[in-house]
Design a protein around this ligand. Sequence first.
Ligand code: GGG
Length: 364
Amino acid sequence: MSEKLTIGLIPADGIGKEVIPPAAEVMDAVLPGKFEFITLPAGFELFQQTGVALPDETVETLRTKCQGALFGAVSSPSHKVAGYSSPIVALRKKLQTYANIRPVSSPAVRNAKNQTVPVDMLIIRENTECLYIKKERSETDENGQKVCYAERKISEFASKRIGRVAFDMAVARGKLREQQKQQGINVAWTGKPKVTIVHKSNVLSVTDGLFRESVLAVKNEKPEYADVDVEEQLVDSMVYRMFREPEKFDVVVAPNMYGDIISDGAAALVGSLGLVPSTNFGDVVVIGEPVHGSAPDIAGKGIANPIASIRSAAMLLENLGFTAEAAKIYNAVDKLLSEGKTLTPDLGGNATTKDVTAAIISQL
Ligand code: GGG
């Protein structure tokens, strides 16, 4: 057995604690003994106990010791809590995991036109800027009432950087689909690779205007991008079209906040947030992360859907070069879903987190 890889597990809050261990279990089942898992603290619950939401040691361990990581979910309160700041937002920034990759796919989705269509969309969310730089301030106006402001950062550097991720992934997906077609495998997307740029530059012409221009400019950077179609969608229209005709999207690239919102919306298309995985990647470490939050309403009941985390683990494996093992996990999950026998309550079943995990492992 070649050298072990160290994987940081940061379950954080709520159901994060219930879905990250199953994801590690599946990684261990598909590559026995290959990984050393180290559990690292972070989260709002940690903040309530210790006054720290993201210990420096967690960040440094990820930076210096880990080849990959899995993050669960955080439950930041909706009101301001003195001294608290979202650990996942901070972690993405500190480790410069600048791209959040969120695939949303299903062989059969009922669109809003009542047609059943295959969906294979890859949402790429810029992960370091936008309103999530969290520069907010509160003032008092001449009538003694509060007025609050939030600064929004969009840079040419980060927008081009995420644009390159989008074009590279569109090219790679195009190549993979060609191979699959030659092997007689049905593919959801049959056209040329396409990048859809999401913005609102008709209103925010400076910030979103820069995002749009920067991503568009990337198209001319490499000859292989010439074969990628580019379209633009205003974010409101994107939401409408995503439900009307989700089959029309391939790679979708968006600034941080729009990307956050449309990917949760897209999860509704495929049945549950509990199914949608993601990775945060950059130059230091790749972090797999389910798109869902900490779901306090079901936390502790043992019924959280582990599939988003298990698929995130498969994405992490792909990033680490274990493509065949990742495919085994994707296939096992797809089989479980198509059989429809072992499903958690979010998908209409009554299976537990443990049942689903065991069923997936038994298929590997
Ligand atoms: N795994 C995604 C997740 O935790 N989502 C909830 C979320 O975005 N929380 C932001 C926060 O609480 O700071």
